[in-house]
Design a protein around this ligand. Structure first.
Ligand code: TYC
Length: 104
């Protein structure tokens, strides 16, 4: 290995220029449970994910029948904020509604 340090640095720099890192997106997923009222879930989806009443109802029913549902996909920081908003609203109202993130 006779590569001079500065040449090595250049090679590394070129490689990282060729492979720019794309920010990863995360799915924000709501989980079903037996206790949270349907209207509460619809309300949360409308507020946090800016969905219409009809779209929010569709997502809620999908969660109710399938067990999980995707409310949206966002860059990590935004996905985390939305997950925390759901968890805070749910805790405030003493419902067990759960929300998780999944990397795409
Ligand atoms: N399964 C709940 C009920 O029958 C409704 C519900 C839907 C709860 C979606 C959570 O993420 C959820 N009241």
């Amino acid at each position: 290995m006779n590569t001079k340090p500065h040449q090595l640095e250049e090679t590394i720099e070129k490689k990282s220029q060729l492979k720019p890192k794309l920010p990863k997106n995360y799915k924000v997923i709501l989980l079903n449970d037996d206790y949270t009222p349907m209207e509460f879930v619809v309300d949360v989806i409308q507020k946090v994910f800016k969905k219409s009443y009809d779209e929010a109802t569709k997502i809620m029913l999908q969660i109710h029948t399938e067990g999980i549902g995707i409310c949206g996909t966002y860059p990590l920081e935004i996905a985390e904020t939305k997950m925390n908003q759901v968890l805070n609203l749910s805790k405030e109202s003493q419902h067990p509604l759960q929300c998780i993130l999944e990397k795409i």
